[in-house]
Ligand binder design. Structure first.
Ligand SMILES: [Zn+2]
Length: 179
């Protein structure tokens, strides 16, 4: 499943005049995917598979959870968010499923299972750790130290303008899809 859906966060911000297109956007959306890369619609009819907004099982063999990679925006307290899926071993998946709102579990290891085509280098199979926050919030996905640009961005942050550029990279795609 391709990444590229825009998700509005559930919180209030001031309106911002966009530095890319000049329009006012309510707030910066997260960019994410409804399902892990490995999912396809034939699994909808498979009793051993499951897809919710937060959990995914493929053929009782592969287990995934959804979280967010936070990229700090320089000179602000804000983050740009990539909504992504990571694999989990069954045991940890079940702990999360049971203690969905418990911030004392984890962190749990997983492989990044969302292909973010914004980056030139493949994002599949980067090492991650899921940090659980409780309070109805999705876990923070931390990319493990590596050479990938997304790791550097997560560590160092990006300018606000670059974050908006990312949003518009996907906005165009999703506008076209809706037509
Ligand atoms: Zn704009």
């Amino acid at each position: 499943m391709k990444i590229g859906n825009l998700f509005n966060r559930k919180r209030n911000n001031e309106d911002i005049v966009c530095s890319v297109c000049g329009e006012i956007h309510k707030e910066m959306p997260d960019i994410g995917s409804f399902a892990p890369y490995h999912w396809n619609d034939t699994f909808n009819n498979d009793p051993k598979s499951l897809l919710t907004e937060d959990l995914c099982i493929i053929e009782e063999r592969d287990y995934f959870i959804r979280g967010v990679i936070q990229i700090p925006i320089l000179k602000s307290e804000e983050y740009f968010g990539w909504g992504v899926w990571v694999s989990q071993k069954k045991e940890n998946f079940e702990v999360y499923r049971e203690k969905f709102n418990d911030d004392s579990i984890g962190p749990f290891f997983g492989w990044l299972s969302t292909k973010i085509d914004y980056y030139n280098t493949d994002t599949l199979s980067l090492k991650t750790k899921a940090h659980f926050r409780g309070n109805g919030l999705r876990p923070i996905i931390e990319i493990g130290p590596c050479e990938h640009e997304i790791y550097l961005q997560q560590s160092n942050g990006i300018p606000l303008e670059q974050a908006w550029n990312i949003v518009h990279y996907y906005k165009k795609t999703s506008d076209n899809t809706n037509n």
